[in-house]
Design a protein around this ligand. Sequence first.
Ligand code: ADP
Ligand code: MG
Ligand code: MG
Length: 241
Amino acid sequence: MTLRINGVSLRIDRRLIVQDADLEVGPGEFVGLLGPNGCGKSTLLRSAYRALRPAAGLITVEGDDLVRLSPRESARRTAVVAQETPAELAFTVAEIVAMGRTPHKRPLDRTTEEDELICAQALERVGASHLAGREFATLSGGEKQRVLIARALAQQSRLLLLDEPTNHLDIRHQLEILRLVRDLGVSTLAALHDLNQAAEHCDRLYLMDGGRIVAGGTPEEVLTPERISQVYGVRAVPRTQ
Ligand code: ADP
Ligand code: MG
Ligand code: MG
């Protein structure tokens, strides 16, 4: 199992934000994490890259306890794609992707030829080779997301963690990003909002509500009309039902 979250509780400022969560991502699986705003998705994702140490429970990446790994080793195993930060806007695309080669350190001082090859391949995999020379700040939302995914690929870790990768994208670009992630074949856990899109693209889903994982399984198992109306308080039936 690439990622195993077992009985994990997470506190921020003493407040219990995630309670007794169990979640797994297998090799090559694309797993969606769903739930209303504020239910704890981002917090749970943060714990899977060591940004937040569990108050209880265990998180393993490829069988090893995440909190016992060195920063360098945990960066080799998990790569995070969060929303863009203002700091990133000052760099070119090539520089952003190159940061993936030194994830545990400041932006690199020097790249090897191997680093450059890995970065070029990462950009190619997301269909963004043509953007290499551009200022990151000048990219469209969809292009930015591709470049951030390329940086994560350049890191060559076994697990991708994506926090709302389709945020602020129009519907066509949302679907492009989801297809891209699915077709990468890299173990991925992604916080997503659109139930239909998640059902269509993900291998398995987890649904969170109020800090707890209330269901996990195939899209059909998780997204029942009863559960959707319970969790979201609206009647919404995914197209796949
Ligand atoms: P989601 O990603 O599902 O929208 P979050 O994990 O961002 O939910 O937030 C879950 C809860 O934790 C919310 O009530 C939020 O206000 C709280 N929270 C998240 N991060 C912090 C923080 N840094 N400080 C205080 N509270 C936080
Ligand atoms: Mg449990
Ligand atoms: Mg969030």
